[in-house]
Design a protein around this ligand. Structure first.
Ligand SMILES: [Zn+2]
Length: 355
């Protein structure tokens, strides 16, 4: 939602409280910490990191991973001149990091899918980032190396303290199952080969839609935050006398999915990009994260939409970052729902870890 500009957009990243808010759902999985480290940090990776050799690779990735859109966004499109290794090819603006992993506790394949919370305890800023390498050497006295972009976003400089956490809840890309031992849970979850459409709790038709032109290919999914209640969003999308807005789907905090517009029709959710996109609203306020059942429902719906409409995984966008979106002044949507920083990188990382 949020078609109007919010001053909060320009604020520096994340004043997020370090403790989670009290659970709103009756049943909420306990956050199981699989990895946590706190100590000094430095930065690494990218074309200007002469601390890495031109041929130096990464512990968690091989050149074949450049073909996988889940990972390719972490890297520059072409190798920097004179380099052959993946280390120097990292995009320094993306959020990645290295720690000294014990692969018995956190296997490589698990780490490749994991999304970590990286915090600056001194100022409370936090961001989600992807593990990419093993390091730094223990002789440095540091516990982690961060991408330059991540360090900058968190206001960290070399030898500042950082805290890094990987929890099962955030790392496992399906609705958490019954509790299992951490060692077993660390294995990557197996996703179903052919997703089916998640159950729609209710179809409440919105009048604010129009048929797509014949032959139009749906090629984007746009993620939104309602910045208000479920009832408010459902009511707004049924009104014909105000902004005439709508979305295809609205996902409540408890994971209930409401549909309001058929996929074959345009909804009015993302000015400039409505004709080729599906809009998904997530109930939440401006500082909320997705609730776990809501995240699971959203991931399931997205998985199905990707297959049903043959949408590339790389075409899932936060409202404000959607190509073609042209509302003057932009929007603060989807706020902090997918991670503490309002950025497309946050969306990409969430998709990579959950969808
Ligand atoms: Zn929106």
């Amino acid at each position: 939602m949020a078609q109007k500009r919010k001053p909060s957009k320009k604020k520096p990243a994340a004043k997020r409280p370090q403790r989670k808010k009290p659970a709103k759902q009756k049943i909420q999985p306990v956050e199981e910490i699989l990895f946590r480290v706190e100590g000094k940090m430095s930065v690494f990776g990218g074309p200007t990191d002469t601390g890495m050799s031109a041929a130096e690779g990464l512990a968690l990735f091989t050149p074949a991973d450049l073909q996988d859109p889940k990972y390719s966004y972490l890297f520059l499109p072409t190798p920097p001149p004179g380099t052959t290794g993946l280390g120097r090819r990292l995009d320094p603006e993306k959020y990645y990091f290295a720690c000294r992993w014990n692969y018995n506790d956190t296997p490589r394949e698990f780490l490749k899918r994991a999304l970590a919370r990286v915090e600056n305890p001194a100022n409370g800023r936090a961001a989600d980032a992807r593990p990419v390498d093993w390091g730094p050497n223990i002789s440095t006295g540091r516990v982690a190396d961060l991408s330059p972009g991540l360090a900058k976003a968190l206001g960290l400089q070399t030898d500042d303290f950082v805290r890094i956490t990987i929890s099962a809840l955030r790392a496992i890309p399906v609705k958490p199952a019954k509790p299992v031992k951490p060692a077993k849970r660390a294995a990557p979850a197996i996703q179903p080969a052919a997703p089916t459409k998640p159950v729609i709790k209710q179809f409440i038709r919105s009048p604010n839609c129009s048929p797509r032109k014949v032959g139009t290919k749906i090629d984007k999914i746009v993620l939104h935050c309602t910045e208000g209640s479920l009832a408010g969003a459902l009511a707004e999308f049924q009104k014909t006398d105000s902004r005439k807005v709508s979305a295809h789907y609205v996902i409540d905090r408890n994971g209930d999915i409401y549909q309001m517009v058929n996929d074959t029709d345009c909804a009015n959710h993302c000015m400039g990009a409505n004709t080729v996109s599906i809009g998904i609203e997530h109930v939440g306020s401006e500082n909320d994260s997705l609730a776990p059942p809501q995240a699971a429902a959203s991931a399931a719906l997205i998985r199905w939409l990707l297959q049903e409409h043959q949408i590339p995984r790389t075409n899932i966008f936060g409202h404000d970052f959607t190509p073609g979106y042209c509302r003057p002044g932009g929007t603060s949507c989807p706020d902090k729902l997918f991670g503490p920083v309002h950025s497309q990188a946050t969306i990409v990382a969430w998709v990579a870890a959950n969808v």
